[in-house]
Design a protein around this ligand. Sequence first.
Ligand SMILES: [Zn+2]
Length: 454
Amino acid sequence: MLGTLWLALFAVSASAQVPGMAPPAVAQTSGQAGDTSALAREATGWLGELIRINTTNPPGNEEAAAKYIAGILQKEGIKAELLPLQAGRSALVARLTSSAFPDPSKALLLVAHMDVVGVERAKWTVDPFGAVAKDGYIYGRGAVDDKGMLAANLAGAGDASIRMLIAKYWDKIAAKYSINEGGNVFVKNGKVQYVAVQASEKVAVNVTVIAKGTSGHASIPLKDNAVTHLAAAVTKIGNYTAPVHFTTIVRRYFEGIAPVLQDDEIAKWIRSLDTSDRGEHAARVISDTNPMWNAMLRDTISPTVLTAGVRANVIPSEARATLNVRLLPGNTITALLAELNKLVNDPQVKLEVQPDGGLAAPDSSLESEFYAAIVKASAEEFGGVPVLPFQSTWATDSAQLRLHNVQAYGLVPFPLTDDDIKRMHGDDERISAAAFAKGVKLMVRLANEFAVSH
Ligand SMILES: [Zn+2]
């Protein structure tokens, strides 16, 4: 009935990622998706329970969530395994297999993380861990990111991390394909506009800017003041615009999005992006129109942290800034730093790459059978809208999977508005019950179709 399918579900702690899958759906496969609205109701219950289990990272504390998920799987007759990564942090993996020996080349891995980002309690209008239902929405930290996905897959994950999980337990999660967060179903003016399936991502690297000068009493100003030199360097870097570089996926994305836009003028400029005569001007217009488009077209730098000084009346000998750099896959930090050093041109200022940088991974294939299945199912579930390949400006655990030859695709299956997306790491995070049900239906369908065809 299920061919030779096996599925792996796992949930990692805190910043790690939890892959999962839709076990009840697959378990009752054979026909089509069955009663998905009953399943969506059940998944809504799981989502509420998961929101109520506070997994704010740090410290994460995902164990309770992992146990809860293991219990749900157990009821479906699916054995889940807790894989310890660090003290207090584990991944949860469950596999659904139809053959005695799992065959990773026929496996789909559903991934989600169990930890959530912190909350500023005073700014929430409801209890962030209450799973409050109001006006057709379910409120709570993690409602979208990523407990929604956790419940929809019955899946979800994070950084104790995917690297460690792969290093220690690759045989438990090996799969040819995976679905994780990373891509979105974009809603505008109440309608799904397009579906973006993440097949690649930018690479995050942090750089420290260090300015040194002479320390002294603030009553006697010095020309080599480290704070002044740092501020000048950060201003120059903050105003720098890296050159446009088209990756295959970004080119495909822009080709696909032009017809979707209501704005003919913008659509015209998008079509001119890749031309030699008007390309440069087009990139300027497009970048000014949408900050995400700007970030898709080039390496970007956001200064994020400043540190200097201990007393109001003392000139410090050193001042530091952190730059959060996002490189296009294929571009190197060395090349970018050479540009920035030229730009800053100050012997008192040094740039140092922090050691925690991400790694560039190969794109996931846009020609695979499974990508075609995602495109077809998404288009059908969302009224024929375009389904476009997407290179996310944000980083996900899928990069690590891609480095291990997994064809990893990113799709948070819930239709989300810009407002929903902004709330994700902000206040009053919420998901509409209708959007959640829609996403569950899509995940169930994808898991079922995969099961039947493999
Ligand atoms: Zn997330």
